[in-house]
Structures are given as C-alpha cells and as structure tokens.
Write a protein that binds this ligand. Structure first.
Ligand code: IPM
Ligand code: MN
Length: 344
C-alpha cells in the first residue's frame, strides 16, 4: 500500500504588483516543507487582479468564485493597481472573498523578531483578531446629489450581535490557548452604539469562557502599542480599527514586508484565505526588491490552519533565522537564504 500522503488544494491568486514575486517564493518553500512533512499541495493558479480586469472587465466571475469555494485554502499575493480606480479590486475581489466566504476573523500576529532593529519595544508580541466581515467595511452607505454643493456621502458601520460575538469568541479562545488576557480595542466613549454592543458582548463572552478582559480606546491603544506593547497579548477589535493598528504594529516590527495575515473561517466550513498584510507596491514591482517574508509567514499561517503545524513552525523559524543573520537584500536573496534554512 502507498504511504499516506496528505494533499491540499490551494488556489494561488498572485494578484498585482509584487504579489506574484513574493507568493512564488512562499509556494516553493511550502512545497519543500511538504516533502519533509508528508503532504503535497495541488496549487490552482487563478489569474485575477488588475491585468485580468483591464483585459476582460472581470473582477471575480461567479464560476471562478464557485471553484474557489471548493478549495482547502486560498493564497493571495496582493491586489490593487494605479491603473484601476480605487475600490474596484479591493471591494470586488478581496472584500468580496472575505465577506462571501464568511472569513470573519482576520488574524494578524505581531512580534518583535530577532535581528530586526527594534523601532519599538522588545516586549512586543501580540495577536490582533480583527473582525473581518462587518463594521464600516460592510458597504452600507452611498452618495446622493453627486457633484452638487449638496452632495452627501455616508458610510455606516454595521455591527451585529452574532458577528461581534463569534469574533470575540474566537479571540477569547486564542487568549485561553496562549494563557493570557484579552483586550478589547474600540472607541466606546464616542461610538456609543457600536461600542456598547462590542463591550457588552465582550464582557459576556469573556465571563463565560473564564478569560480576563481588558479594555482600551483605540487612540490610547496606538500610544501603548508604541510605548508599552507588553500590556497586549490578544487584541480583539472592529474591522477598521484592526486595519489601522496592524499597520502600526507592522511598522514597529520590521515593516509591512514582514507582516502576515489569515482571513479565517474558524469553523472550517469552507476555505480560509492567507495574504501578506502589504499591498501590491507597484513602485517596486519587477525590481527584485520585494521582501517575500510576509508572504512566507502567511503561508505558515495557512499550513497551521490546514493542520500542518510542524511545517508551519519550520517556515516561521526559517524567517527568524534569516533575520537573525542580518536578513537579505532582495527577493532572490531571501528565497535562497530561506531555502537553505529549511534544508538544514
Ligand atoms: C488590508 C488592506 C485592505 C483592507 C485593503 C486593500 C482593502 O489594507 O488587508 O489591511 O483595508 O482591509
Ligand atoms: Mn490594511
């Protein structure tokens, strides 16, 4: 009988700008890790993004969406291009996938890594659980009287009890696993409606799960993330606050090039999607300078989610080892250094 080899179907959406360059490096490392750990990845190339849109007018055709829905995971590079109006790809592709696949947790770890010149405190090691399907991202709003002096633009923040609760529940579970406390970040002193719902739900969930809960306004959280990050371990927050504070955390931990994220369906009723936090960086696309570490660390989150924890830890350790040795100056340099590390 043949040895039991685990196999995963992963849709690879390289996307725009540096997306193809960085995800190619990550893919290679995942395949290498698979050989050592007894699994294979059946990569399904999916050429969506600005080129495809400009050529065909398609952002995310329904038949492609249905194929994506059937995969084990989606691995995305980056979307967005100066030649496409803002929002078309972000809303039509990235946010549509987050919403329609119901990827309600955006998991973004932040850690001061070895060898990275610390912009912040060395005691920075937390995970942000960003709500990923609601809030001001939900798309409620519009423009009336466009182009007139009476033009009105609204953007409403939608917060459902069910949506907040499932997100906080995930974060509380994570805090429990890490043996730590949970911090809710919001702006309850001004956003009294959404803030009240978040606070009450967080209190209920924390109590029922036996997790200790702290609270911090988002403006103060920005201050403490810089001046005293050790006070945070698991942060749970709304969609927009999570977007903003994770860029801040990235800046303090070596930059966006090192930051990873997982858009999770924690119930595993469908695929989750993994992507570096950085954007398509069109200014450096094709120059060979893009740092693939964020993509590699996102692939590690993917492997962990698929149940390949040992392989995930190996990729994570490889990134740390390369950083500890001074990092690498180019995409190619990173690729070689990481491959050498994992082959050790
Ligand atoms: C992110 C990005 C996206 C977001 C954009 C590209 C829509 O900034 O993943 O953080 O705002 O969520
Ligand atoms: Mn962002």
């Amino acid at each position: 009988m043949e040895a039991d080899v685990r196999s995963y179907v992963v849709a690879h959406l390289p996307g725009d700008g540096i997306g193809p360059e960085v995800t190619a490096v990550a893919r290679e490392l995942v395949d290498q890790a698979g050989k050592r750990h007894g699994f294979t990845v059946d990569w399904r190339h999916c050429p969506l993004g600005s080129d495809h849109y400009l050529r065909t007018g398609e952002v995310l055709p329904d038949d492609v969406f249905n194929d994506l829905r059937k995969t084990d995971a989606i691995f995305l590079g980056a979307v967005g291009s100066p030649s496409v109006p803002p929002g078309v790809l972000e809303r039509g592709l990235l946010l549509r996938l987050r919403f329609e696949l119901d990827l309600y947790v955006n998991l973004r770890p932040a850690r001061q890594r070895p060898g990275v010149a610390a912009a912040g405190d060395e005691n920075l090691d937390f995970v942000v659980v960003r709500e990923n399907t609601e809030g001001i991202y939900a798309g409620a709003g519009g423009i009336a009287h466009r182009g007139t002096p009476f033009e009105i633009a609204t953007e409403e923040s939608l917060n459902t009890r069910a949506g907040v609760e499932r997100c906080v529940r995930y974060a509380a579970g994570l805090a429990k696993k890490r043996g730590s406390k949970l911090t809710l970040v919001h702006k309850t002193n001004v956003l009294v409606n959404a803030g009240s719902l978040w606070k009450r739900v967080a209190d209920e969930v924390a109590t029922s799960q036996g997790v200790s809960l702290d609270y911090c306004h988002v403006d103060a959280a920005c201050l403490y993330i810089v001046s005293d990050p050790g006070r945070f371990d698991v942060i749970v927050t709304d969609n927009l606050f999570g977007d903003i504070i994770t860029d801040l955390a990235a800046a303090l931990t070596g930059g966006l090039g090192l930051s990873a994220s997982g858009n999770l369906n924690p119930d595993k009723t469908g695929p989750s999607m993994f992507e570096p936090v950085h954007g398509s960086a069109p200014d450096i696309a094709g120059t060979g300078k893009a740092n693939p570490a964020g993509a590699v660390l996102s692939a590690a989150l993917m492997l962990d989610h698929l149940g390949e924890a040992a392989a995930a830890a190996e990729l994570e350790a490889a990134v740390d080892a390369v950083l500890a040795a001074g990092g690498a100056g180019s995409t190619e340099g990173w690729s070689r250094a990481l491959a050498a590390e994992v082959a050790r």
